[in-house]
Design a protein around this ligand. Structure first.
Ligand code: ADP
Ligand code: MG
Length: 256
């Protein structure tokens, strides 16, 4: 049955890559407005999971419903237009343009790139770009070449470019890989503030970061959901400790 409060409903999803099941009978749902973190060992199927939601990979079995609509027959482009935005691990920004220009392009994406470069940006859109620059903390660097930004700033700019397209659901794959502690924290603050107005799925390995942002955590293992719960529930789950977090090492020569 379709539940209108659920932005995403995934039922019995199986992805078969030439005999290898990257996802197996996976069931998952999230409510509109949720910020969900997905963790799991390498090869668990996390990126494949995002590939299916964006339409890059089509279900072998099962279905994905976004706002109640089955995505099977839609192309990647159509799914993006329905309101699903994805942030890849490597920032996809125009390095020679400034953060402001990058955001202007994203705000105008549907109208094509050429008119944006030639015409002046209307006042309303300029304000939006200004607001986005504030949100991502790049006002002081708005007008320098994006090539000069730190890795963390580039990541935040790309998140801003996604938000510029007003997606309902934001998919973010390992946003803090390779970031300093401070940049990691800022990215967490950004995602937390975006969560006030978007539904977001974040895939991440950095457990301290997960603790900073997470409310509800889903653990994937071998293509299925191993468990779901708060970060404390998940971190104390014996199966999660066994397959992902690892046992605390016993001191081999501890005093008996
Ligand atoms: P994660 O992101 O959790 O590390 P992935 O979703 O990237 O895991 O991959 C899950 C499994 O599926 C891995 O064993 C990977 O090798 C395999 N896989 C991913 N994409 C393909 C593909 N296009 N063809 C074959 N196997 C794939
Ligand atoms: Mg991955």
């Amino acid at each position: 049955m379709i539940n209108p409060d659920r932005i995403l409903e995934i039922e019995n999803l199986t992805i078969n890559f030439d005999g290898f099941k990257a996802l197996r009978n996976l069931n998952f749902h999230m409510e509109t407005g949720e910020l969900r973190v997905i963790i799991g060992p390498n090869g668990a199927g996390k990126t494949t999971f995002l590939d299916v939601i964006t339409g890059k990979v089509k279900p072998t079995e099962g279905q994905v419903r976004f706002k109640g609509r089955n995505l099977r027959a839609l192309s990647e482009h159509q799914i993006a237009r329905l309101g699903i935005g994805r942030k890849f691990q490597t920032p996809r920004i125009y390095l020679k343009l400034t953060p402001r220009q990058n955001l202007e392009l994203s705000c105008n994406r549907d109208k094509g790139i050429l008119p944006t470069l030639i015409q002046k940006t209307p006042v309303a859109e300029r304000r939006t770009v200004g607001g986005l620059l504030e949100t991502i903390g790049l006002v002081p660097k708005a007008d320098i070449a994006a090539a000069l930004l730190s890795h963390g700033e580039k990541q935040r700019l790309e998140i801003g470019m996604l938000v510029a397209q007003s997606p309902d659901l934001l998919l973010v794959d390992e946003p803090v890989a390779g970031l300093t502690d401070e940049e990691t924290y800022l990215t967490g603050e950004l995602l937390t503030s975006l969560a006030e107005s978007h539904s977001i799925i974040v895939i991440e390995h950095d457990m301290e970061f997960v603790r900073q942002i997470a409310r509800q955590v889903t653990v994937l293992h071998e293509g299925s959901v191993l468990c779901e719960g708060t970060i404390d529930e998940v971190q104390s789950n014996p199966r999660v400790i066994e397959v992902y977090l690892g046992q605390p090492q016993e001191e081999p020569h501890a005093a008996a």
